[in-house]
Design a protein around this ligand. Structure first.
Ligand code: THU
Length: 135
């Protein structure tokens, strides 16, 4: 179950979205094993390819403020969509780099829909550093 703090922070992060091209506001909030929460919004670019998703902005903020040892224990992604959007493949891979042993990903929208998955349900058989260390 998602707590109201993480959910409302993800929804509030939508307000800072820079999305003049898609007109889709996305907000994300991630909770770390040290209890801190970082938020992010999608930031688009006229080159399109320079666009960054809300989830990755939240992860970059957390790493740059807390260092590379962060462990993500919970993620909330907020949109106006119904059903709510789930993280794109690239964001799943970036979350995977810093994911804690157990991590729930909540997909939420302003009308109150919440769908919860585990990170490993969203990214089964993910690529990680263990493959590099084995080869
Ligand atoms: N977007 C996110 O912020 N997160 C996702 O997981 C999916 C897509 C953003 C990127 C772009 O600004 C807009 O949504 C449309 O793709």
């Amino acid at each position: 179950m998602i707590d109201e703090t993480l959910k409302s922070l993800a929804i509030r992060a939508m307000d800072h979205s820079y999305s003049p091209y898609s007109k889709k506001q996305v907000g994300a909030a991630i909770r770390l094993s040290n209890g801190k929460i970082y938020t992010g919004c999608n930031i688009e670019n006229s080159s399109y390819g320079g666009t960054v998703c809300a989830e990755r902005v939240a992860v970059w903020k957390a790493v740059s403020e807390e260092g590379p040892g962060i462990e993500i224990t919970e993620v909330a992604v907020a949109t106006d969509a119904d059903p709510p959007w789930s993280p794109c493949g690239l964001c799943r891979q970036v979350i995977n780099e810093f994911v804690a042993k157990s991590c729930h990903v909540h997909l939420v929208n302003k009308t109150g829909t919440v769908k919860t998955h585990t990170h490993h349900e969203l990214l089964p058989h993910g690529f990680d550093r263990s493959a590099l260390e084995r080869s």
